[in-house]
Design a protein around this ligand. Structure first.
Ligand SMILES: [Zn+2]
Ligand SMILES: [Zn+2]
Length: 658
């Protein structure tokens, strides 16, 4: 009997599925997209309803002909690509290239396990044209923006730059945050703590009110005055409150929360998290057992959990932790409004595979991420943690101090999942009684300054993209990777700093394309793509509605944009004319204003002398595939390089893209 052909994206996935399906099925990887828009042309026919011209990717020609040959022999062809728009589009494009007289079956599963694969092959469906359309709409919109905007950047700033529909808005968020930080004026304020003692135990209470008014201490003088006034006063407990505080478990991971938690706890970048999660999803060799899919699909915005997984985890909690840790009913979490209800949260394929039992088969990164996903999922179905919180009011004449402490009363879900907030939990207070006098050990005045809003980390940027509605599970990691790769933003010690180029490109785009660069507008665009997927909008209409106003801004920009000229006090060493600042893809440099008649140009250096002995050169920032570094103006005579300037730390933002 002829075998059935199963088409998936990657070799790892093919291997895992092949093991489950057995010898009647031939499983082949397409290696991702077989077709795409051309690299050298826009490939979108604006006059003809924005028809995209998808062509076979040259690197995939060989694979396509192999798949064609295998398809000829096969009776049935199963399209088993990932369960989202992109997977649907990959499957659809492959089908388009194959013989139409075959039986094509779409199989959808969210985990690569025996039960999920068997179930999906028992109930195959047709391709979802709406999903394919949503993906086409996104691709065409992104192409129009990228292809038509980028040349403006070349004319105004320099060649080789590029703009992107969602990426440019992400850069805008980073740039605007940086400007808030630059504008921020720190305000000085002081706090006064009282270290108090009862028998042998000490604790610190904080001054909150004076004469019933909230305390505000602006400077050292005021703080000193209060300290003097408090001297010799008696500290008496005026009120004690005991309360029980509950902390609920978190929902199981979705793409955005997984990226955030992996950043905080494992210091993984978003793209690293997605890469490792994909390995766990597609299958890892577990010794004699062969390749096994360990987690559910990693691109999701749904917190749904399959009922079989729910009963499995509830049994596990009951056995492992005891029934006091198990809620009477499963914990139910709500996804945000447009989340794909057919999707599932990211969870272990089976809680019976405890992380420790897999350690020898996983890389260290796979093990860490699997453990995080595993613990978060188990915790999500456990009872809340309970803390006994004590708060005390302590009076010293007209001064009111407050102290609070808490101690865990029941671990609940924190028995398995480390809670960020829990670490900040205060230690317990000694047992206090109302009207009890306390011994003052010392007063502790301390100086503080108000802080500017923090720079984005990858985690907080992903959170913001999600909250603003301008990212989707499949786009968070690529957005961040792209803006760093293009050097609009650099990652320095985990935080995102816009570059000078980032500021410049952003200001130009915001100036001419207010709408495209608007967060709300972009969020609305994403919603319209969702509506295409739901079959409520046509992709061509969405693109057309966008294109009209966009073309208007584009025409205006094309007419009015001119290369700006920034003159300097420097004089050309060859012809004596003034030098002007110009940009290249590598950054700023000085050029003779008489270019192209005079071709003299020189680098703008950091002004720091080359530390190489006897070298008259200065250090200058350069870029390589590995990221920015500092070299000497005397190159190639002097080959000094350094990752950072002698007095400045500048960690590369591109380690992972080099
Ligand atoms: Zn000159
Ligand atoms: Zn040098």
């Amino acid at each position: 009997m002829a075998k059935s052909l199963v088409i998936v994206e990657s070799p790892a996935k093919a291997k895992t599925i092949s093991k489950i399906l057995g010898k009647d099925f031939e499983v082949v990887p397409s290696m991702g997209h077989i077709v795409d828009l051309p690299r050298t042309r826009m490939g979108v026919d604006i006059e003809n309803n924005f028809k995209p011209n998808f062509i076979v990717v040259s690197k995939r020609k060989k694979i396509l002909s192999q798949i064609k040959a295998q398809a000829k022999k096969a009776k049935k062809i199963y399209l088993a690509t990932d369960p989202d728009r992109e997977g649907e589009a990959i499957a659809w494009n492959i089908k388009e290239k194959l013989n139409a007289n075959k039986e094509y079956l779409r199989v959808v599963f969210h985990e690569i396990t025996v039960s999920a694969i068997k179930e999906s092959f028992a109930h195959p469906a047709n391709l979802d044209q709406n999903k394919v359309n949503a993906q086409t709409g996104r691709r065409v919109l992104d192409r129009l923006v990228g292809y038509l905007l980028s040349p403006l950047l070349w004319r105004k700033i320099t060649g080789g730059l590029s703009a992107g529909r969602v990426q440019s808005v992400a850069v805008r968020l980073v740039v605007e945050r940086e400007r808030e930080i630059q504008k921020f004026v720190p305000q000085e304020y002081w706090e006064i703590g009282a270290e108090l003692k009862k028998i042998t135990s000490q604790f610190v209470a904080k001054l909150e009110k004076i004469d019933g008014q909230k305390v505000e201490i602006k400077n050292q003088g005021e703080a000193q005055q209060i300290v003097e006034d408090l001297n010799g006063k008696q500290f008496v407990v005026s009120e004690i409150k005991e309360a029980e505080k509950k902390r609920n478990p978190y929902p199981p991971f979705i793409t955005s929360t997984l990226q955030q938690d992996a950043f905080y706890k494992l210091r993984f970048s978003s793209s690293r998290t997605m890469l490792v999660a994909q390995q766990l999803y597609e299958g890892v060799e577990l010794g004699k057992e062969g390749a096994v899919g360990l987690i559910t699909y990693m691109r999701t915005d749904s917190v749904n959990v399959a009922s079989s997984a729910l009963s499995e985890v509830r049994n596990f909690i009951n056995d492992k932790f005891g029934k006091e840790y198990l809620p009477d009913q499963p914990n139910i979490y709500k996804s945000k409004k447009r989340a794909q209800e057919a999707h599932e949260a990211i969870r272990p394929a089976s809680v019976s595979r405890i992380p420790g039992s897999l350690k020898e088969f996983l890389t260290s990164e796979q093990f860490k991420l699997y453990t995080l996903i595993y613990n978060r999922f188990v915790a999500s179905q456990m009872k809340p943690a309970i803390y006994a919180v004590t708060s005390a009011d302590i009076k010293a004449d007209k001064y009111l101090f407050k102290a609070s402490g808490s101690k865990p009363a029941f671990k609940g879900f924190t028995a398995i999942y480390e809670d960020q907030e829990e670490k900040e939990e205060k230690s317990a207070l000694p047992l206090l009684e109302k009207n009890e006098a306390l011994e003052l050990v010392k007063l502790i005045p301390s100086q503080h300054f108000t802080k500017p809003p923090p720079r984005f980390s990858e985690a907080t940027l992903v959170k913001t993209l999600e909250e603003e509605g301008i990212g989707r599970p499949s786009t968070y990691a690529p957005i961040i990777q792209t803006i760093i790769y293009r050097d609009y933003v650099r990652r320095i010690k985990g935080y995102l700093h816009p570059t000078e180029l980032g500021f410049k490109v952003n200001d130009l785009l915001v100036g001419y394309f207010a709408e495209v660069m608007d967060v709300r507008f972009t969020a609305n665009m994403e919603e319209e793509l969702d509506e295409i997927e739901e079959g409520r909008l046509e992709w061509m209409k969405v693109v057309n509605d966008f294109y009209g106003p966009f073309k208007g801004s584009l025409d205006y920009a094309n007419e009015t944009i001119q290369k700006e000229v920034i003159t300097t006090d420097e004089i050309c060493a060859q012809c004596g004319k003034p030098m002007v600042v110009k940009w290249s893809r590598k950054g700023k440099f000085l050029s003779c204003s008489d270019f192209p008649n005079c071709r003299y140009a020189k680098a703008i250096t950091t002004g720091i002398k080359c530390p190489q002995e006897g070298c008259p050169g200065e250090l200058i920032e350069r870029r390589s595939r590995r990221g920015p570094f500092y070299g000497c103006t005397g190159y190639p005579k002097c080959t000094y390089t350094a990752k950072t300037l002698p007095d400045k730390e500048a960690e590369s933002g591109r380690q992972e893209n080099g």
